[in-house]
Design a protein around this ligand. Structure first.
Ligand SMILES: C[S@@+](CC[C@H](N)C(=O)[O-])C[C@H]1O[C@@H](n2cnc3c(N)ncnc32)[C@H](O)[C@@H]1O
Length: 317
């Protein structure tokens, strides 16, 4: 969610671009996957490094973003294939498309600043727009569906689990009370409900609705479901020496990436004392980053939205 910076050509500059490309080990002739192509910023960087002879497969579940990426990546069209799909289908896609192992897979997770800032997409608590939040607008379920149909208990669980919202129960109760008067259809309606809860309870720091909107977005797009299994399966499509680079934007996501990578590297993931650890220890990969890479002060000065980015990488043995 941190790719809002524009270069002199007006194109957005993705988060930790050089670091990501270096970690991915892009080389001429390579076969790479950008599983979250977004507006094509990282993809362009990969394409510049894999020519001549390389191929990039770019995937995004957001058609509008993909169209923008297509325009940006036009000069590279002979080295690039773009697909509208969920990256969780990557094993199927790779089997159908090439059947080949790949040199690297990039995942820049979460929502793009284009999605966040396009008011009609309904991701922002500041938008006077329908409460939508679908990355893939061919999907049926919107944030309004969740807010109007979930039970109070389930809503509270979503807000607590995905937003780490300490007032989850109170906000869920306020939502349920409000929707008995009229459906909650617009972003600002929800923002106002959350604001009222915080006005009573008091708050400091980030906007009170930030966590509620994050939680609903994660739930609508099922962002965390199956992510660990996906990483483990995608890994099996890497050539020996091939790498996965994953950029996460919140701690829940980063924890899943860290866990999957540690598992593949044959390290403990159960956090039990060593004498009690029963983790299966099969070393299939090595960690390229033992600690997450974060944006440097220069990047943060230009793009404060990058502050929560955490990048990890591993290499298949
Ligand atoms: C942070 S942006 C990526 C920005 C991109 N790296 C760039 O340079 O423009 C994340 C993108 O991932 C897409 N996305 C998130 N989850 C996805 C999934 N499961 N399958 C496919 N695309 C997904 C979103 O639609 C969004 O466009």
């Amino acid at each position: 969610m941190a790719d809002s910076l524009a270069n002199p050509a007006g194109e957005h500059v993705p988060v930790m671009l050089k670091e990501a490309l270096d970690l991915l080990g892009c080389k001429p002739g390579g076969l790479f996957v950008d599983a979250t192509v977004g507006l094509g910023g990282h993809a362009q960087g990969i394409l510049e490094r894999i020519r001549p002879g390389g191929l990039l497969l770019g995937i995004d579940r957001d058609k509008e973003s993909l169209e923008k990426a297509q325009t940006r990546l036009k000069p590279f069209s002979s080295s690039c294939r773009l697909l509208h799909d969920n990256f969780k289908n990557l094993p199927l896609i790779l089997n159908n498309l090439t059947g080949e192992s790949v040199d690297g897979i990039l995942l820049d997770l979460g929502v793009s600043s284009y999605q966040l800032l396009a008011p009609e997409r309904g991701f922002s608590f500041q938008s006077d727009a329908p409460l939508d939040m679908r990355m893939d607008r061919t999907q049926q379920r919107t944030a309004a569906d969740l807010v109007n149909r979930m039970s109070e208990g389930d809503l509270a669980d979503v807000l607590y689990r995905y937003g780490e919202e300490r007032l989850a129960r109170r906000i869920a109760a306020a939502i349920v009370q409000e929707r008995t008067k009229a459906p909650i259809a617009r972003c600002l309606q929800l923002t106002e409900i959350v604001n009222r809860v915080f006005r009573i309870r008091g708050h400091q720091g980030i906007h009170p609705a930030t966590r509620t909107f994050q939680a609903l977005r994660i739930a609508v797009n099922e962002e965390l479901e199956g992510l660990e299994e996906f990483l483990l399966e995608a890994f099996s499509f890497l050539k020996p020496g091939g790498r996965i680079v994953a950029i996460a934007f919140h701690s829940l996501e980063d924890r899943i990436v860290k866990r999957a990578f540690r598992r593949l590297a044959g390290l403990c993931v159960c956090e039990a004392p060593p004498e009690l650890c029963t983790c299966p220890r099969q070393t299939l990969a090595c960690l390229i980053t033992t600690r997450p890479v974060t944006p440097g002060p220069e990047e943060l000065a230009l793009n404060p939205r990058a502050r929560s980015a955490r990048m990890r990488s591993l290499e298949r043995l």
